[in-house]
Design a binder for this molecule. Structure first.
Ligand code: KG4
Ligand code: ZN
Length: 370
């Protein structure tokens, strides 16, 4: 395994006759995640890392009362959860803390205070155990998460990264080889789901709630804009859609002399979802055409959307394009994807584990610079 001088001999010696165990810690937003993966030796054809165990705590219930994530509360909750989650992970994996070889944590992007909890905890753990620590880019975790699924992709592929903060299309040629093809110039797709859900009084997190309401409505009920769909590039824009939904909802409310009825609200939810899905699918197909690739990976929270999956499989199936997703439970934030990304970086010789436990976080961080 190729690792920086100083650490490489130690890791190699420790793992000469057994796989390396990587602990992953995720705390970038409103989920605390801890996971352990095992990774065999490096080199072409080496086996994929194996997920031994993971544990997750979602703060959704706590933030629901505020209609969105409250950063200060998020950080404090990560502090409360991280030790019990570590214990749970170790117990599920039937391993002792001393059997961890490397500690990896999400360094960014995300909420600064929330990231600091995972970074501080990871480095303290590394120091106490005398084990190297390494940083992981949160989006790289999402991007590589389908490698933990029953149907893992092969490089190269086009990745559609759709989370609460990001909407990006990337060409992925291998671990650490990411070329940005296009991204949102304003709101992310997840944000469009969340903001529309809020207008409809559906609470937080909006994506799953809007998707549920949309199941009862007609996607063609209202003609909502498909921003930048025919722009000729692979960028996205969702801010205008939010305004169009607001205008439509105000009209419906006014016509009803108060609050639009449930059927109309469901139609509006379904029409919003249809607009977002159509733009995401059209741009993904354009990215596949541009690159000539026949494989698509969809990752990030919005990747859990059922309608998006249905339309993608219909349209890609017709064109002979394989679509890969993470397991549903690993679409939203989790520790497994962080441990996996760290392990794949180690395997590819791209990781920089260190015994220097000074740390900092990167709330804003481009994946192409990782
Ligand atoms: O990847 P993620 O868990 O966190 C970030 O890194 O942002 O993504 C969260 C986003 C939220 O905007 C949430 O509303 C959206 O993913 N989401 C969904 C669904 N499940 C989660 N959006 C649409 N349909 C869903 N089923
Ligand atoms: Zn995420």
């Amino acid at each position: 395994m190729t690792t920086p001088t100083g650490i490489a001999p130690r890791l190699e010696e420790a793992c000469s006759d057994r796989p390396l165990r990587v602990l992953g810690i995720e705390s970038s937003c409103d989920e605390t995640g801890v996971a352990l993966v095992e990774v065999a030796s490096a080199g072409p054809g080496s086996a994929m890392p194996l997920l031994l165990a993971h544990a997750l705590h979602s703060q959704i219930d706590m933030h629901q009362a505020y209609g969105g994530v409250v950063p200060e509360l998020a950080s404090r909750d990560h502090i409360r959860r991280v030790v019990p989650l570590l214990r749970e992970t170790l117990s599920r994996a039937e391993l002792a803390l001393e059997q961890v070889d490397v500690v990896a944590y999400t360094q960014g992007p995300g909420l600064a205070g929330a990231l600091l909890v995972g970074a501080g905890f990871g480095c303290a753990l590394g120091l106490a155990l005398d084990r190297p620590v390494m940083t992981v880019h949160h989006l790289e975790g999402h991007l590589l998460s389908p490698f933990l699924s029953a149907d893992p992709p092969e490089f190269p592929f086009v990745a559609l990264l759709v989370s609460g903060g990001h909407t990006q299309l990337m060409r992925v040629d291998g671990v650490g080889r990411y070329e940005l093809l296009g991204e949102t110039i304003d709101d992310a797709a997840g944000e469009a789901f969340d903001k529309t859900a809020k207008m409809l009084g559906l609470g937080y997190p909006g994506g799953p709630a809007l998707a549920r309401l949309a199941e009862q409505g007609r996607g063609d009920a209202f003609a909502l804009p498909r921003p930048l769909m025919r722009s000729g590039n692979l960028d996205f824009s969702f801010a205008g859609l939010k305004t169009a939904v607001w205008t439509q909802l105000s009209r419906l409310d006014a016509a009803a002399g108060g609050r639009a009825d449930e059927a109309q609200r469901a139609d509006l939810a379904a029409s919003t979802q249809a607009a977002i899905v159509e733009v995401l699918v059209t741009k993904s197909l354009a990215a596949l055409k541009l690159t000539g690739l026949k494989r698509l990976v969809v990752a990030g929270g919005v990747g859990a959307n059922r309608r998006l999956r249905e339309v993608l499989s219909q349209q890609c199936g017709r064109k002979g394009i394989r679509v890969h997703y993470p397991e549903l439970q690993l679409c939203t934030d989790n520790g497994a994807m962080i441990a996996l990304a760290a392990a794949m970086r180690l395997q590819a010789g791209l990781a920089h584990p260190t015994l220097d436990y000074r740390f900092d976080v990167r709330p804003r961080w481009d994946l192409s610079a990782a």
